[in-house]
Design a protein around this ligand. Structure first.
Ligand SMILES: Nc1ncnc2c1ncn2[C@@H]1O[C@H](COP(=O)(O)OP(=O)(O)OP(=O)(O)O)[C@@H](O)[C@H]1O
Ligand SMILES: [Mg+2]
Length: 300
């Protein structure tokens, strides 16, 4: 996909609910695609700077999305490549991003502030991920939903997720109606999945299947203590030796294949006519959600 004529694909990762795996998914899906040779950009659009911290960049030490959205700075000058996962670049965030409304001219349409940077990013990257904060009303979240072509919904299978999912579906419908009719749901990914809570999972899957038929990802990400652990170390799983032995890394690789497949075969996917990716031909095994995660220490 990496050629000069190719336009990168823009994916907003969202859910108005806090702490449901948006950031963990964003950085790991980007790193998985990067591992497979795609050039990925992660734009951190959350003042809490989750993706920035997860990728090990000290908050407040670099200019980033605030400058990108309020000045003429370019992606090229702001993107961080040092110590990132393979083929991944980051435009970082910092708490001051929360003041963006005071820093953008009152004559600028806030929903469109991402258009220029995204146009630049499309020419340089295969995939551009927009990590949003847990407020659907915040300026950068609205701008991300208004500008992206795909929406990736991240959810934890928790009993309280049911209401949250419905709210997220309504948000997406509202964006399509009022701002961005081209926004399509790339998929719903369940993460932090407890292999034992099969009934709850089936209930939530039924809710998604009913509201968004065919849009749930086949791959889910298991509950894995290794994920908060590596996040605390400012890294993704893919930056540790022997990551291929870690089930969650395998799941993210498999998810990245599903994402690529849907994006490549957009029309068939949107018409509900797309089969699964050729996992077996790619040497990928079935979902291994129930396998035990080895200790990280064994991989260092
Ligand atoms: N599969 C998983 N297994 C175990 N813990 C996980 C998993 N995925 C994410 N987590 C943990 O859950 C917490 C919330 O995840 P994350 O920060 O990715 O959510 P978020 O939706 O980005 O949150 P916010 O809305 O605050 O930005 C983090 O501590 C993260 O490490
Ligand atoms: Mg986050």
């Amino acid at each position: 996909m990496t050629n000069s004529n190719q336009q990168g694909v823009v994916i907003a990762v969202g859910n108005q609910k806090g702490g449901v795996g948006k950031t963990t998914n964003t950085v790991h899906i980007a790193a998985a695609l990067g591992q497979r040779g795609f050039h990925c950009m992660v734009m951190d659009l959350d003042p809490a700077a989750g993706a920035t911290k997860h990728l090990g960049v000290p908050v407040n030490s670099f200019a980033g999305t605030l400058e990108l959205l309020t000045t003429d700075e370019t992606i090229d000058s702001l993107a961080i490549a040092d110590k990132m996962p393979q083929n991944v670049h980051l435009v970082p965030s910092r708490p001051q991003l929360s003041e963006i409304d005071n820093l953008v001219s009152k004559y600028v349409d806030r929903t469109r502030i991402l258009e220029r940077p995204i146009e630049e990013a499309r020419a340089k990257y295969d995939f551009i991920f927009l990590d949003t904060g847990p407020s659907a009303a915040f300026t950068t979240t609205v701008a991300a939903y208004s500008t992206a072509e795909w929406f990736l919904l991240s959810a934890f299978p928790h009993p309280l997720s049911l209401g949250g999912l419905t709210e997220a579906f309504n948000d997406i419908a509202d964006v399509r109606k009022h701002r961005n009719p081209g926004l399509e749901v790339l998929g719903v990914v369940f993460t932090n999945v407890d292999g034992r809570a099969t009934r709850l999972r089936a209930q939530l899957e039924a809710v998604v299947n009913e509201a968004l038929p065919g849009r749930r990802f086949d791959t889910s990400i298991s509950q894995a203590v290794i994920l908060p652990d590596v996040s605390g170390r400012g890294k993704t799983l893919f930056q540790f030796p022997k990551f291929e032995n870690i089930p969650a890394a395998q799941q993210y690789l498999r998810l990245s294949v599903e994402i690529e497949h849907r994006v490549r075969h957009r029309e068939a996917y949107l018409q509900g006519a797309l089969g699964p990716p050729p996992f077996a031909a790619m040497g990928m095994i079935d979902d291994e959600a129930d396998r035990v995660t080895p200790a990280l220490a064994a991989n260092e």
